[in-house]
Design a protein around this ligand. Structure first.
Ligand code: FRU
Length: 490
């Protein structure tokens, strides 16, 4: 067994991280130069740049003071941090939201997006600009005005924004009303917003991105409970790559109350006709986009140039996000992943998988591991490696370093399990608490597991890919049909 470590990624330390020793900063995961970060926001692509805005406290290492931070990248892996793009104001903190690329249609009698009668999707031409929606959050306001949706546009690639002014969309009386996600729906030639409202997701439509009409809601009673729906996303995917079999996917990030404690990303698959989303599965069906503890607020890029649906999550959990050890920044994003919808033989369900984007292939070459290996020792505590191995049903294996710290895995009883009890610092009890419905046959009751038999089918061997970047392990089973993201703190 030999392990080949980091190759290209080091080059990009220049972008930020100079004050942190290189070997202590994730190389292919986005972390801010300084300060606190949570959800990815407003991800889009324009003129050769992927934009990622994020929930940012530039003044401290804990949540608060929310701004939209801003990073740009040619490939979603090597990021450059710019000044915060949207700062908090009298309407409140700048909470999560989304961006789209739009333009004023030809023949309009204005060149001001805020005055245009209609706006249409960008076409790659000069008139394209970024339009963003975020939630203005202010607990000093009356209850139904504590969270309202605000609009801003940027004519210079997200560097500076012009705010519309007062928020444009108020709630129907609920306190929790946030995280607007915009999308264009071609058949109706109009924009939609999906926004979380307590424990459901509401759709609104608009021609000009200013005036919104309520359309419908989905979610009450669906999926895990108790829960607060947050950070929605909504997009079509071809099932098994077949364009004649298209389904709509709704991502619903849920906090708290998820199976492994705290926050996680749930999704629903169904149909949408511009009026209503109808879910294919019964209300009790629960589907997770990732089966780890550190995968939250996952949302996707708008305007992706190759038409891919690519998600990035915040690699943390509200149970302990503010308590994780830090030096100069706190939190990082997960790797960019391409989403795909697929069916499983013998099941009616359509699932959504996530695989690392092709761009990541130039970062790490897989360590070669013999099929029999039961311990993969990566030596250095600050390892950045990718390990690929075929794991037999009924077997266990560990990732370990020279300090004797380890992450334990087992494939058993139709599930694959990851256990980080001995992986280094355990900041809080929640970090290693008991799994939901543990099974003794998995070798431990502590950890997170994914039902590989349900998601992939019953197999003698599962192909496992593990991406390790100092303080996180991301697992992709059989090309991303089952995934698991967990922080480790060696
Ligand atoms: C999700 C979330 C969002 C909110 C943001 C605030 O992690 O709670 O619902 O907009 O964080 O930072």
């Amino acid at each position: 067994m030999s392990s080949q470590t980091l190759r290209e990624a080091r080059k990009y330390e220049e972008a930020f991280g100079k004050r942190i020793p290189k070997e202590e900063k994730p190389a292919f995961h986005l972390a801010p130069w300084v300060g606190w970060m949570n959800d990815p926001n407003g991800m889009t692509y324009l003129n050769g740049e992927y934009h990622l805005f994020f929930q940012y406290n530039p003044y401290g290492s804990k949540w608060g003071n929310m701004h939209w931070g801003h990073v740009v990248s040619p490939d979603m892996i090597h990021w450059k941090q710019l000044d915060p793009a949207i700062a908090r104001d009298n309407y409140g903190q700048i909470f999560s939201g989304s961006s789209i690329v739009a333009r004023i249609p030809e023949g309009a009698n204005t060149d001001d997006p805020f005055l245009a009668e209609t706006l249409v999707p960008g076409n790659g031409g000069e008139g394209d600009f970024i339009a963003s929606y975020y939630t203005s959050d202010n607990w000093r306001m009356p209850r139904e005005m504590q969270e309202m949706q605000s609009y801003a546009v940027s004519m210079d690639g997200g560097r500076t924004y012009r705010k519309y002014g007062a928020p444009v969309l108020k709630s129907d009386g609920r306190r929790d009303f946030r995280d607007p996600k915009l999308f264009w729906y071609e058949p109706k030639q109009q924009w939609y917003m999906i926004v979380s409202a307590d424990n459901e997701m509401q759709f609104y439509s608009s021609k000009n991105l200013r005036d919104w009409t309520y359309v419908s809601a989905f979610g009450d009673g669906y999926g895990v409970q108790p829960r607060q729906f947050e950070c929605p996303d909504f997009f079509p995917l071809n099932v098994d790559g077949d364009p004649t079999k298209q389904k709509w996917v709704m991502i619903v990030n849920v906090n708290p109350g998820c199976w492994f404690g705290g926050s996680a990303s749930q999704y629903f698959v169904g149909d949408f006709d511009g009026e209503k989303f109808v879910c294919d599965s019964p209300k009790e069906t629960v589907k997770w986009l990732d089966w780890g503890k550190d995968h939250y607020a996952a949302v996707t890029f708008a305007n992706e140039p190759k038409g891919r649906i690519i998600a990035i999550c915040w690699m943390s959990n509200w149970q302990y996000a503010n308590d994780l050890p830090t030096r100069q920044y706190r939190s990082q994003m997960g790797m960019p992943r391409e989403l795909f919808a697929y069916s499983v033989k013998g099941s009616k369900e359509i699932y959504v998988g996530q695989k690392p984007v092709d761009e990541l292939n130039s970062i790490l070459k897989p360590a070669s591991v013999s099929v029999e290996a039961s311990t993969v020792n990566f030596g250095n505590t600050n390892a950045q490696i990718m390990v690929e191995l075929d794991v037999k049903n009924g077997s266990t294996f560990t990732l370990s370093n020279d300090e004797g710290e380890e992450v334990f895995f087992s494939v058993n009883a139709g599930r694959i399990l990851m256990d980080r009890q001995k992986s280094g610092i355990i900041p809080t009890q929640d970090f290693v608490s008991e799994t939901w419905s543990p099974k003794p046959s998995l070798g431990t009751n502590i950890g997170t597991w994914a039902p590989v038999e349900q998601l992939i089918g019953k197999q003698d061997t599962y192909h496992v890919q593990l991406w390790l970047d100092i303080c996180s392990v991301e697992m992709f089973v059989d090309g991303g049909k089952a995934n698991m993201t967990n922080l480790v703190l060696p």
